[in-house]
Write a protein that binds this ligand. Structure first.
Ligand code: PMP
Length: 284
């Protein structure tokens, strides 16, 4: 495939960075994944805004405008033949001459982007949707999960726990037994027709799918949404559980720790919400 590195396009196997890059040594960087279906980007502006906020939070001074990022995305889509693609954007603090924790002063950020194939967007139909199975465990990541950092070891280890137990994802909860999110997605329950998801704070990533879904549901008005603490007792007694991410959109969960969620079938509220999301997702 053709990738973008520090201003140039090149075949993947020609893209080289220094082993002294702080992204490599420290996981010192910020990233994004933006889905694109037949050349149409989903949530481009909010994805770039989150990336800018992440770089501000960790003091990386790098300023591509939205137009510059859009050109990178569009060029990569075109050079790689289009279709259904995830576009990965990555800015690390850059390559230093020494391994020293403090932020170096006059180092240029490393910018890297590549695309990978993703499945067709999910269809809002219970009969054909992929049903997810998840396990759960205490969230052992750090206290800055709002930063979309490339240092993903905590997430990787949690995902692996779910994967090794034969599940598609893992739902995390804090020391007080409150649901935070999944290892690579946001989490929701549905109870008596109301969608409930934890509020944005340092314990979760402010997902762009979450942002768009809550906005779409608010504008539609037919499904009530609450942003509040969700205990694991509530999760275990939920009618439906959903996970959201850019690549999954809204994923219905039918099994939690080997027990059926609700009646063990994909729920009616999921179908309605996914239909609304599918109809509205290109408006952001
Ligand atoms: N939480 C975590 C930990 C994630 O890694 C992701 C993205 N894969 C999400 C939530 C969902 O974010 P988005 O909807 O922006 O993809």
């Amino acid at each position: 495939s053709i990738v973008f590195l520090n201003g140039s396009y090149m075949p993947m196997d020609e893209a080289k960075i220094s082993p002294m890059d702080r992204g490599f040594l420290f996981g010192d960087g910020i990233y994004e994944v933006i889905p694109s279906y037949d050349g149409k980007l989903v949530g481009f502006a909010p994805h770039i805004e989150r990336m800018d906020q992440g770089m501000d939070l960790i003091g990386i001074k790098f300023g591509y405008s939205q137009d510059e990022w859009r050109a990178v995305c569009e060029n990569l889509i075109e050079k790689n033949g289009g279709g259904n693609l995830g576009i990965y954007l990555h800015v690390s603090r850059g390559t230093d001459s020494k391994r020293f924790h403090a932020y170096p002063e006059d180092v240029e950020a490393t910018v890297f982007a590549f695309v990978f194939e993703i499945p067709a967007a999910p269809v809002a139909d219970k009969a054909v949707a992929k049903a997810y199975k998840v396990s759960s465990t205490e969230d052992l990541r750090w206290k800055r999960c709002n930063i979309k950092s490339t240092a993903l070891l905590g997430n990787v280890m949690h995902f692996q726990q779910g994967y090794e137990s034969g599940n598609n994802e893992i739902i995390l909860y804090n020391a007080d037994g409150e649901m935070t999110e999944g290892s690579a997605c946001n989490a929701y329950i549905v109870k008596d027709g109301v969608v409930i998801t934890p509020p944005l704070d340092h314990q979760i990533l402010p997902g762009i799918t979450r942002l768009m879904l809550l906005d779409i549901l608010a504008k539609d008005g037919s499904i009530k949404v609450e942003e509040r603490i969700v205990t694991m007792d509530e999760v275990r007694n939920a009618d439906e559980i959903w996970l959201t991410s850019s690549s999954k959109e809204i994923a219905p969960v039918v099994e939690l720790d080997g027990q059926p969620v609700g009646d063990g079938q994909i729920g009616a509220t999921w179908e309605k919400a996914q239909a609304l999301y599918s109809a509205g997702k290109y408006n952001y």
